[in-house]
Design a protein. Sequence first.
Length: 87
Amino acid sequence: MNRIREARRAAGIAQADLYRKIGWGQSRLGNYERGVRVPALNDCRRIVAALRALGADCTLDDVFPEPADLRGGEQPQPQQENSHAQP
């Protein structure tokens, strides 16, 4: 999940201004905003740099937060193996 759209709108930046600043087409940025495609790390950095250049006050972590399970949220529990030991 990302917060590209939220960061862009909060700063009053039009989608067209952002994709032009980065040098991309509308469909690429739109796909990232909707979660249809996942940007590579370098693309994430380019998006944040462009947002900041256009006046947004955001960081990489603001726009691309880590999933909850990687930042100390609820961890999935390992499955226990069935024991077939003889009594």
